[in-house]
Design a protein around this ligand. Structure first.
Ligand code: SAH
Length: 671
C-alpha cells in the first residue's frame, strides 16, 4: 500500500470512530444523519495541513477568524431539523461547507449562504470537486434569508445572533423547522428549535447551551459587536483576561525541601482522602511535589496510608521495608513489569527512604505510615502471594487454592490473551474458581487474622485482586468502558478496604494519574465514553471529605515509551496547544504555582467551560499529540485544586549506577 492509501484508510477509520464515539454515543439516533456523516470526507473541508485533525472532537479554524463546527454540533442541529429526503433546506453560515455537504447527502436541495467571499468560494470549489450538485451557495448576508427559493422545510443557522431574525421565520414552510443559536452575549447562546405550526403559529424548544461564532448582518450583530437593530452593547465580563485571573489566584510554590511547600496544603489536612494526580507518568516535578505534600501530611496531620497506582503485591514489598516488617522470602523483586520507571526511580526511592526513617521514630506500630498499591495488573504476583501465605498458615487450604488458580496458569505470563481464549477457543472460564478462593479466604478471617492481621489483610487483598484481574482480562477483550471501569472500581474498593481496616480515624493519600483522580464526569471520559474513575467514586462516597488535586505542565522533558512494552525514552514535551487549559496557565506567567479552584468563585466559574487538557501516560506520541493526548475537560469541576509547573524534567530511572553504598540489603528496589 502506498502512503496515501494508508492515509485514506486511516481517515476512513477515524471517520467511523468519530461517528461512533462523538456522535452516536452522545445520543444522536437518526440513522440518516449517522450515515451521511459516515460519507462526507471531513478532511476535505479543513485547511490544508489540518487534515489529521479533521476528526477531532471540536471546532477547527477555517480562516477569516471563523471555524468549522464541531462534528457533534453539526449532527445535533441536523437531527433537530428532522431532515427528510424530499426537503429543501437553507443554511446560514456555510463556512467550510461541511454541514451543507452532510445535509446534501440527506435532503433534496440545499441553499447555503456565507458572508465571507473567500470562504464561500472555497466551499463552492469543494462541492464541485466532491460532486455535490444539489447544493447552491451564495455570498451574502444570510439574516435576510433567500426569499426567491423560499419556503424551506428546514433552516439551519450556524452562527449566533441576539434574536431570531423575523425574515427567517417567514421563509419557513408550514411544518418547517428553524434551528438557530440565540443569545444576548456574543459567544454564549441557547440552541433554539422553532417549528412553524401554521401561518401564524410557531412553537419553540430549547436544546441547551452552545457556543457559536457571531451571526453578523442586518438582523444579527453589527460588525463591531453591537446589536445591529438596537445598538445594545453586549456585556463583556469584566476587564481581566483568564490568564490574568489565574496569575492573580496563583500561589507560588516554595522549594520542594522547604517545609513551607507542605504547609501550603494544610487547607486539605482535615480531609479523609487527598488525591494527588499527575499529567504524565514520567515527570520529576510531579513526583517531588507529591512527595513534599505526602511527607507533610504523614508527619503533621495524622495520615497513615499512602496508596498509589502500582500493583498491590509489588507495593507490599515496599510496605514491608518502610514499616520495618520482615521481607518475604523468594519471588522476584518488585516492579519488574512495564513501565518499570514509574516506581523504580530516584524520586520514589527518596520517599521510600524517608518513610522508613519516619516510621522508625514512631513507637506505636499502628501509627506507622504504610505504602500500598491499588492496581491489579500483577495477577501472577498476587497468586503467588496467596499460595505462599496459605502454605505457611494452612497447607490443606493451600492445596485447594493451587488447584483453583491452576485454571489461570496458561495465561499467567500474558494474561491479555486470556479473554480471547475464553471466548474463541471454548476454554473454561476461571471465574468460579477465583471467586470461590477469595470467598474461602475471607471466611477464614477470624482464624487466620489471629496469627497476624497485617499478613491476613495482604493475602485477602491479593485474593480479591486475582478475582478482579480474572474479570478484567476477560472483559478487556471486548474493548469499551467496562475494563477501565472495572479497574478503577477495583482501585477504589482497595482504597476503601484500607480505610476500613485502619479504622474510622484513618486518612489516606492517593497518587495516580490525573485521568484516575480528576472527576471523570467532567471530562470526555464520562461525557463521551461512559468511564468513571477513583476521583469520581471518592467524591460520591466522601463528598467534601475528598480533595482532588490535578497537576499540569507546559513543556519540558518526560520519561515515556513510544509503544506498550517499549523502552523508556526521555522525550521532549511539545509546548501546550493554544486552545488548552495548559496554555492559559502558561500565559499566566508564573513558573510554579498552586491554584485553589474552590477559593476563587469568579475564576472557578470561568474555568467551567470545557477546554482541551493534555494527558500523557506511559506512552507519549508527540507526532499525533492532539489525537493521542488531548481531551476535553472542565477543569474547575474535575479538580478542587491544580498544581502547575511551567517547565518540567523527566524522572531518573533507577539503574545499576544508582546502587548507593551503605544501602541496606533489604532495600526492596535494590539490585
Ligand atoms: N457550518 C459551517 C460553520 C461555519 S461557522 C461549517 O461546518 O463549516 C459560521 C459561519 O457563519 C462563518 O463562516 C461566518 O462567516 C458565517 N456568518 C456569520 N454571519 C453570517 C451572515 N449574516 N450571513 C452569512 N454567513 C454568516
Amino acid at each position: 500500500m502506498s502512503d496515501s492509501d494508508i492515509q485514506t484508510l486511516d481517515l476512513a477509520r477515524a471517520r467511523e470512530r468519530m461517528v461512533q464515539v462523538q456522535i452516536a454515543r452522545r445520543g444522536i439516533r437518526d440513522s440518516r444523519v449517522l450515515d451521511a456523516m459516515r460519507c462526507v470526507p471531513r478532511e476535505a473541508f479543513v485547511d490544508p495541513g489540518f487534515e489529521e485533525f479533521a476528526y477531532e472532537d471540536g471546532p477547527l479554524p477555517i480562516g477569516e477568524g471563523q471555524t468549522i463546527s464541531q462534528p457533534y454540533i453539526v449532527a445535533l442541529m441536523i437531527e433537530a431539523a428532522e431532515l427528510r429526503p424530499s426537503d429543501r433546506v437553507l443554511e446560514i453560515g456555510a463556512g467550510s461547507g461541511y454541514a451543507a455537504a452532510v445535509m446534501g447527502q440527506i435532503a433534496n436541495r440545499v441553499y447555503a449562504i456565507e458572508r465571507y467571499p473567500s470562504l464561500g468560494e472555497a466551499a463552492r470549489r469543494r462541492f464541485s470537486s466532491l460532486g455535490y450538485d444539489n447544493i447552491e451557495l451564495r455570498v451574502d448576508d444570510g439574516t435576510l434569508g433567500w426569499p426567491e427559493a423560499a419556503p424551506f422545510d428546514a433552516i439551519l443557522v450556524a452562527a449566533g445572533g441576539p434574536n431570531v431574525p423575523p425574515r427567517l421565520k417567514q421563509q419557513l414552510a408550514v411544518g418547517g423547522r428553524l434551528v438557530i443559536p440565540v443569545g444576548s452575549k456574543e459567544r454564549e447562546q441557547k440552541l433554539l428549535k422553532i417549528t412553524r405550526r401554521s401561518e401564524t403559529e410557531f412553537e419553540q424548544e430549547d436544546l441547551g447551551e452552545v457556543m457559536f461564532v457571531p451571526l453578523v448582518g442586518q438582523q444579527g450583530w453589527a460588525e463591531d459587536g453591537r446589536r445591529a437593530a438596537s445598538n445594545h452593547v453586549p456585556g463583556r465580563s469584566r476587564g481581566r483576561t483568564l490568564p490574568e485571573m489565574i496569575a492573580g489566584a496563583a500561589e507560588p510554590l516554595p522549594d520542594f525541601l522547604d517545609p513551607a511547600f507542605g504547609q501550603l496544603f494544610d487547607r486539605f489536612a482535615a480531609r479523609r482522602v487527598v488525591l494527588l494526580g499527575e499529567a504524565t507518568h514520567g515527570t520529576a516535578e510531579f513526583y517531588r511535589a507529591r512527595a513534599a505534600i505526602t511527607r507533610h501530611l504523614l508527619s503533621d496531620h495524622g495520615f497513615t496510608l499512602l496508596a498509589v497506582e502500582a500493583d498491590w503485591p509489588d507495593a507490599a514489598a515496599i510496605d514491608r521495608y518502610v514499616r520495618h516488617r520482615p521481607a518475604r522470602m523468594g519471588g522476584e523483586p518488585p516492579f519488574q513489569r512495564f513501565p518499570t520507571w514509574m516506581w523504580r526511580n530516584t524520586e520514589v526511592a527518596a520517599l521510600i527512604d524517608w518513610m522508613r526513617a519516619h516510621n522508625e521514630r514512631i513507637t506505636d506500630v499502628a501509627h506507622r505510615a504504610g505504602f500500598y498499591g491499588l492496581d491489579l495488573y500483577n495477577m501472577s504476583g498476587s497468586i503467588r502471594a496467596v499460595l505462599d501465605y496459605l502454605d505457611e498458615i494452612d497447607p490443606q487450604a493451600a492445596k485447594v487454592a493451587r488447584e483453583r488458580y491452576g485454571c489461570l496458569t496458561p495465561w499467567q505470563k500474558d494474561p491479555s490473551t486470556y479473554g480471547r481464549a475464553v471466548l474463541t477457543a471454548g476454554y473454561n472460564k476461571c471465574e468460579q474458581a477465583v471467586i470461590a478462593q477469595c470467598r474461602d479466604l475471607l471466611l477464614r478471617q477470624l482464624d487466620y487474622a489471629a496469627e497476624d492481621a497485617e499478613d491476613f489483610l495482604d493475602a485477602a487483598q491479593n485474593a480479591r485482586l486475582v478475582a478482579s484481574a480474572e474479570r478484567y482480562y476477560r472483559v478487556m477483550y471486548y474493548g469499551g468502558p467496562e475494563s477501565w471501569n472495572l479497574r478503577d472500581t477495583h482501585m477504589f474498593d482497595t482504597l476503601t478496604h484500607l480505610l476500613e481496616a485502619h479504622g474510622p480515624q484513618s486518612k489516606a493519600i492517593v497518587w495516580a494519574h490525573n485521568s484516575h483522580i480528576g472527576d471523570a464526569r467532567y471530562t470526555d471520559m464520562g461525557v463521551v465514553r461512559e468511564e468513571l474513575n477513583i476521583g469520581q467514586l471518592c467524591r460520591q462516597r466522601f463528598g467534601d471529605d475528598a480533595a482532588l488535586i490535578g497537576f499540569g505542565t507546559h513543556t519540558g522533558t518526560v520519561a515515556a515509551a513510544t509503544d506498550w512494552d517499549g523502552d523508556m525514552e526521555v522525550k521532549r514535551v511539545r509546548p501546550s496547544r493554544r486552545d488548552s487549559y495548559e496554555r492559559l496557565c502558561h500565559d499566566a506567567g508564573v513558573a510554579r504555582f498552586l491554584l485553589d479552584l474552590d477559593r476563587d468563585e469568579a475564576l472557578r466559574r470561568r474555568l467551567l467551560e470545557p477546554k482541551l487538557e493534555r494527558f500523557i501516560g506511559v506512552i507519549y506520541r508527540p507526532d499525533t499529540e492532539l489525537m493521542s493526548h488531548y481531551s476535553d475537560a472542565s477543569l474547575s469541576q474535575q479538580f478542587n485544586a491544580y498544581i502547575w509547573f511551567d517547565e518540567t524534567t523527566a524522572i531518573t530511572p533507577l539503574g545499576p549506577e544508582h546502587h548507593r553504598p551503605g544501602m541496606p540489603e533489604t532495600y526492596p528496589l535494590g539490585l
